[in-house]
Design a protein around this ligand. Structure first.
Ligand code: NAD
Length: 277
C-alpha cells in the first residue's frame, strides 16, 4: 500500500509523499503508539512541530519501526518564540535531538509573526541549516503573499513549500496561486477542516462518497490530492488512519471536484497569520 502514495517534486530536487500523517494535538504520552500505528498502516510522511511537544514520541516510533530512514519523510517546524539566528539554530538542534535524527526532510518557519519582524532573518537561518545538510528542504507555513514576496526578494531563496490552512470552505486561492506560480508546493493543513464545521455532511461530499462507495473523509482527501495539495490528515484512531490512507482506488470526476471547490466561503478554522505573533 505504501508504494501507492504519489510523490511530488519540490523546487530543490527532492520529492515528498503527497499523503502523510499530522500530529497536531496528539498527546505526547500517546504519540509513540499513534505514530507507530500510522507507520504500520503505511504512512511514511509525518508532520510535527516543536510546539506540538511530541517530537520525542515521533522519534521513538521512528526508531522502533525498523523502517529505513531513506523511506521516511519527516517535517518539523520552528516555533515563533525561537525566530532569529542563534535562537533558531538552537531550536533546530533541539528538534533534531528530540526526533533522534541527524537530518529532517523538511524544516518550516511555523508562522510569519509579522509583528516580531524576524521572519526574514529566520529564513536566512533556515537557508544556512539547509546548506549544512541537516534539513534536506526548507519552507514556510502560514505565509501570506507579502511575507512570501519579502523573503524571496531579500534572500533569493524560494521556499519548497508553503503550508497553509486549506479545506473546501477556506481555500486561500490567492496565496495558493502565488505560491504555485513561484514554484512552491502547497501543503494543506486542517485538510478536513479540523472537524470544526460539517464538511463531511455537505450533500456534494456525501453524494460523491455514495457514488464511489467511499467515505466523506476519503472524498475530501481525494479532492485535495487531485487538486495537487500535499495533505496529512490527523486521527488518533487506527481505523480512521487506515480509512484516510485508502484513497488510491478511485477518482473524482471534474464535476465532483468543481462542486466541492464551490463550497468556498472564505472560512478559516484557525488564526489569521497576521494575528499570530
Ligand atoms: P484535520 O483537518 O486533519 O482534522 C483532524 C480531525 O478530523 C481529527 O481530530 C478527527 O476529529 C477528524 N477526522 C480525521 N479523520 C477522520 C475520518 N476519516 N472521518 C471523520 N473524521 C475524521 O486537522 P489538523 O490535524 O489540524 O490538520 C492536519 C495536520 O496539519 C496537523 O496534524 C498538523 O500536522 C498540521 N497543522 C499545521 C498547522 C500549521 O500552522 N502549520 C496548523 C494546524 C495543523
Amino acid at each position: 500500500m505504501t508504494n501507492s502514495v504519489p510523490t511530488i517534486a519540490l523546487n530543490d530536487g527532492h520529492t515528498i509523499p503527497q499523503l502523510g500523517f499530522g500530529v497536531f494535538k496528539v498527546e505526547p504520552t500517546e504519540t509513540t503508539r499513534i505514530v507507530s500505528d500510522a507507520l504500520e498502516v503505511g504512512y511514511r510522511h509525518i508532520d510535527t512541530a516543536a510546539i506540538y511537544g511530541n517530537e520525542e514520541g515521533v522519534g521513538k516510533a521512528l526508531a522502533t519501526s525498523g523502517i529505513d530512514r531513506s523511506e521516511l519523510f519527516i517535517t518539523t517546524k520552528l516555533w515563533n518564540d525561537d525566530q532569529g539566528t542563534q535562537s533558531a539554530l538552537d531550536a533546530f538542534d533541539a528538534s533534531l535531538e528530540k526526533l533522534g535524527l541527524d537530518y529532517v526532510d523538511l524544516y518550516l518557519i511555523h508562522w510569519p509573526t509579522p509583528a516580531k519582524d524576524r521572519y526574514v532573518e529566520s529564513w536566512k537561518t533556515l537557508a544556512q541549516i539547509r546548506e549544512s545538510g541537516r534539513a534536506r528542504s526548507i519552507g514556510v507555513s502560514n505565509f501570506l503573499v507579502p511575507h512570501l514576496e519579502r523573503i524571496i526578494s531579500e534572500t533569493d531563496v524560494v521556499p519548497a513549500v508553503n503550508q497553509i490552512e486549506l479545506h473546501p470552505a477556506g481555500q486561500q486561492a490567492e496565496v495558493a496561486a502565488f505560491s504555485r506560480q513561484h514554484g512552491m508546493q502547497i501543503e494543506a493543513w486542517g485538510p478536513l477542516g479540523q472537524g470544526k464545521y460539517p464538511l463531511l455532511e455537505e450533500p456534494v461530499v456525501t453524494a460523491a462518497a455514495e457514488a464511489h462507495g467511499k467515505t466523506p473523509a476519503q472524498v475530501v482527501i481525494r479532492w485535495h490530492l487531485q487538486s495537487g495539495n500535499i495533505v496529512f490528515p490527523k486521527s488518533n484512531r487506527r481505523e480512521r488512519m487506515a480509512e484516510n490512507f485508502d484513497v488510491f482506488d478511485f477518482e473524482l470526476s471534474n464535476t465532483e471536484l468543481a462542486t466541492i471547490t464551490a463550497l468556498e466561503r472564505g472560512g478559516r478554522v484557525g488564526s489569521h497569520p497576521n494575528e499570530v505573533n
